[in-house]
Write a protein of this length. Structure first.
Length: 164
């Protein structure tokens, strides 16, 4: 089942799946960093060689933005966004030529006690490179609508495009 077809009721604790792919180019790394994180190891190829990284690396915030793109692009009408997360870790440098993908592991899933048309899913996001190395990890919370017509939405009150 594709992510865009999933509702709260479709997530099971322990479930794991991968989504997306994103190529990190030197141009993208430098462009992002020039605007948002202009440290020398993100914006200057020559200066980056003289740092502890030995070359150009992507900003951790750039890696986080890629994670969000990989997650948000396939989300369907069940997504209500996220109130936040915890345990953000940058575990390895991301370099030009790295191909990133996202692995999601469902850690917890609970129906809302106050709003029966939705639930809360806690999951770990692991961003991996082409060598299967985890370069970033982040535990986040997602608010999701329940499938219309289910026990949490018995009258089908949740319209296909989201809550009223």
């Amino acid at each position: 089942m594709e992510l865009r077809e999933r509702w709260f009721d479709d997530f099971e604790v322990g479930e794991e799946f991968e989504i997306g792919s994103h190529l990190m180019t030197q141009e993208r790394i430098v462009s992002f960093a020039e605007e948002f994180d202009p440290q020398r190891f993100h914006v200057d190829v020559e200066a980056a060689r003289e740092t502890i990284y030995g070359g150009l690396i992507a900003s951790g915030w750039h890696t986080g933005a890629v994670m969000m793109k990989l997650l948000a692009t396939p989300l369907g009408p069940s997504s209500l966004g996220s109130p936040g997360g915890r345990e953000l870790k940058w575990l390895a440098p991301v370099r030009p030529g790295d191909e990133l993908r996202l692995r999601i592991t469902v850690l917890d899933a609970n129906p809302s006690t106050s709003k029966p048309d939705r639930g809360v899913v806690v999951y770990r996001n692991d961003v991996l490179n082409q060598r299967d190395q985890i370069v970033m990890s982040f535990e986040s919370v997602m608010l999701l609508l329940r499938r219309p017509g289910t026990a949490g939405d018995p009258e089908g009150l949740t319209p296909p495009g989201g809550p009223r």
